[in-house]
Design a binder for this molecule. Structure first.
Ligand SMILES: Cc1cc2nc3c(=O)[nH]c(=O)nc-3n(C[C@H](O)[C@H](O)[C@H](O)COP(=O)(O)OP(=O)(O)OC[C@H]3O[C@@H](n4cnc5c(N)ncnc54)[C@H](O)[C@@H]3O)c2cc1C
Length: 272
């Protein structure tokens, strides 16, 4: 009986996944919390096509089996993703934990997923019959519930690469280092010639899925700073209504207060 598979190409991995009942295993840092003695693991760490970081005109394409250390050390990766990833766990976990595992685990606390929401990134999923590319917001269906099919792998993340320089990122945990997010927030905004030309935010660890509302952020786009300031109360009120935190280790009230404080601070630090 085979107890694990170690494919070295995507085709080989997808063919095994189509035929066998196997569990994809990237770094194992989430899976090993609840090891399943009966599982047959499909190791992804040698699948060459899932280990690349390259760029094209629109995207930085990040292989799902890239570790956090691969990301931190790669010159193509935007600072906003590097900053979030650098605060995940400790070097030992960052050396083996992958972005693909972080996303596929389906947790709203996933620190890399937060950045992929705020950058409207897309995910390339494949099985041995073909592939599909979907927005990350369509991938998450609920807590620990994703749109991936049993015979699919997440192959790569297509991260939008433009206009990411001016960002605000905060991870609020129990302590400064080695903490799982209690609330995480990222805001990305660009103001050129006194006009807001893009604005995106995302809140992690608050609800069952990362909260990301391009429709609310759009209120500020195309506005001068003065107009954006005039709209600020309306913008904050819209988020006040939409952020409905779940109770966890900390109270829903605490999470809501932190979210609204971070949103205020993000706007204020950009003159709005
Ligand atoms: C001590 C400790 C500290 C941590 N701190 C943080 C933290 O600060 N922030 C944070 O976000 N996370 C944290 N984590 C959680 C974890 O390290 C991350 O979620 C990590 O990115 C998971 O990646 P992995 O490669 O280890 O996933 P794995 O454990 O290998 O897999 C996780 C899930 O995804 C599936 N999977 C993996 N890759 C694929 C793929 N390509 N296609 C389809 N399915 C796939 C697996 O089948 C499994 O269901 C921590 C974990 C530990 C143990």
């Amino acid at each position: 009986m085979v107890d694990c598979y170690k494919p070295t190409s995507l085709k080989e991995a997808l063919d095994i996944l189509a035929k066998e009942s196997v569990t994809p295993y990237a770094g194992g840092t989430d899976l090993m919390i609840k090891p399943d003695e009966n599982a047959t693991y499909l190791f992804l760490d040698k699948v060459a096509e899932m280990k690349n970081i390259v760029e094209d005109k629109e995207y930085i394409r990040i292989g799902a089996a890239c570790t956090y250390t691969d990301i931190i050390e790669n010159k193509l990766i935007p600072a906003v993703l590097k900053e979030a990833v650098s605060q995940i766990a400790a070097p030992a976990i960052r050396n083996i934990g992958t972005v693909g595992g972080n996303i596929c685990n389906g947790s709203p606390k996933a620190d890399s997923a937060l950045i992929f929401f705020a950058t409207d990134s897309k995910l390339r999923l494949a099985n041995n019959r073909g592939e599909r590319v979907i927005p990350i917001s369509d991938f998450y269906l609920g807590r620990k519930n994703t749109a991936i099919e049993k015979d699919e792998l997440l192959v790569e993340i297509l991260m939008n690469k433009n206009n990411l320089n001016n960002y605000y990122y905060k991870k609020v945990g129990e302590r400064n280092a080695l903490a799982i997010s209690r609330v995480s927030f990222v805001g990305i905004i660009n103001i050129v010639d006194d006009k807001v030309f893009n604005c995106r935010t995302a809140f992690g660890a608050v609800s069952d899925v990362v909260i990301s509302r391009p429709d609310i952020d759009a209120m500020l786009i195309g506005k001068t700073v003065k107009e954006a300031k005039a709209l600020k109360d309306k913008y904050l009120a819209a988020y006040e209504k939409e952020i409905v935190p779940i109770r966890g280790r900390v109270s829903a009230k605490y999470r809501k207060t932190v979210c609204m404080n971070l949103l205020h601070d993000f706007l204020e630090s950009n003159g709005i």
